[in-house]
Design a protein around this ligand. Structure first.
Ligand SMILES: *Cc1c(COP(=O)(O)O)cnc(C)c1O
Length: 377
């Protein structure tokens, strides 16, 4: 049996006619950048995320970068985030000339630890603490970070909150949607995300009218009116084609999320049944609604050989992320060392993502768990 990590072709078959129809309309119109399809998507995403506004942008990375620009983060400022996330979360901070400050994660959710966050800020000398301007909590794998605690610390320290919700559209924290709790919510439409386009794309949500207007100006080089620049922006525009495809997919997102949650539940039952709890830890569902953008297990021993075994037996799997950001070569000048963030380092050495996409069949899930049981025998 073949169990790919992701099967986008299966999903495409279910929406093919709608996609071809809208693509044809856009080709006929020859209107490719921003415009009515982008505006329609912005309204739909704002509604879906319970925010007042949304601004379509060129990628999830650019959503983060543009949010930092709108927050006026610049040279010498510090921005707090976690070392256990996709590179972009911290890469954008350095690209603004600012300094990423890492805070370790919680062992059960892999999200930023509020207790560590508080401790890191407390330990800073006053002069350094004054340079901390923002925090980027990441809702990793589709589960929200502890946003009440993050918001409280942000309020006390006057920090802008930028949610990295690239893996978390539709996930909730105490009934509130990802992207609606910070000053900015950043989403990615990279094809492999749970709501993906047919190319790169992203969106920023916000409840602030001022930020909304400013994001739209920065998205087009900061020109307002056109060709008159009081600020330096960039080309962060979203394509009409991507917006139209994402709009189509958004109609099915809740249905797909339910299928992901059902798959996650089935994995958990099968792992339990297989008596694998000594060898494998399944995801801990702390916040309700976890949307399972990824289903990530922690392997007590032998993660790398398990990965090889699964791939040899046609079960797709992936390590997100093998090197925590504080140990990346490009961040050597930040002067972190191995051992600085033990929980993130442990996660990088033990976690493995299994297929959880909506179209996955019960037989495929069973086959995957059987292979894992086989490995540990
Ligand atoms: C995918 C991802 C991004 C970047 O999104 P792109 O659209 O690929 O630029 C940022 N942060 C996290 C946590 C992601 O998973």
């Amino acid at each position: 049996m073949q169990v790919p990590l992701l099967d986008l072709k299966a999903q495409y078959q279910t929406i093919k006619e709608e996609c071809l129809q809208v693509t044809k309309e856009i080709y006929e119109s020859q209107y490719f950048i921003l415009g009515p399809y982008v505006e329609a998507l912005e309204k739909e995403i704002a509604r879906y995320c319970s925010t007042k506004y949304a601004v379509g942008v060129s990628s999830g990375t650019d959503a983060l970068l543009l949010s930092l620009m709108a927050a006026k983060i610049g040279y010498g400022d510090r921005v707090i985030t976690t070392p256990y996330t996709f590179f972009a979360t911290a890469g954008v901070v350095s690209r603004m000339g600012a300094i990423p400050v890492f805070v370790d994660i919680e062992p059960d959710t892999y999200n930023i630890s509020p207790a560590r966050l508080e401790a890191v800020i407390q330990a800073m000398p006053d002069a350094i603490r004054k340079t901390v301007k923002a925090i980027i909590p990441v809702h990793l794998y589709g589960q929200c970070a502890d946003m009440d605690a993050v918001a409280e610390i942000a309020r006390k320290n006057n920090l802008v909150v930028i949610e990295d919700a690239a893996q978390a559209i539709g996930s909730e924290y105490k009934g509130r949607r990802a992207g609606s709790m910070g000053n900015f919510g950043c989403f990615s439409f990279f094809p492999s995300k749970n709501l993906g386009g047919f190319g790169d794309g992203g969106i920023i949500t916000t409840n602030s009218e001022t930020d909304y207007e400013n994001l739209k100006i920065l998205r087009v080089h900061g020109g307002h009116p056109k060709y008159y620049h009081s600020q330096i922006g960039g080309n962060f525009r979203l394509d009409a084609l991507q917006a139209a495809i994402v709009s189509i997919k958004l109609k099915y997102l809740d249905q797909w999320t339910k299928a992901r949650q059902k798959n996650a539940k089935m994995y958990k039952a099968l792992f339990e049944e297989a008596g694998l709890s000594h060898a494998v830890t399944v995801p801990f569902e702390k916040e309700n609604r976890h949307i399972y953008n990824q289903f990530v297990i922690s392997v007590v021993e032998g993660r790398d050989s398990l990965k090889e075994f699964l791939i040899a037996n046609h079960v797709g799997c992936e390590i997100y992320y093998p090197v925590p950001l504080h140990l990346q070569e490009c961040f050597a000048d930040l002067e972190y060392s191995p051992g600085d963030f033990p929980v993130a380092e442990h996660a990088a050495e033990h976690t493995l993502a299994l297929p959880v996409y909506p179209e996955l069949s019960e037989d495929q899930i069973r086959y995957g768990v059987d292979q894992i049981r086989e490995f540990f025998r």
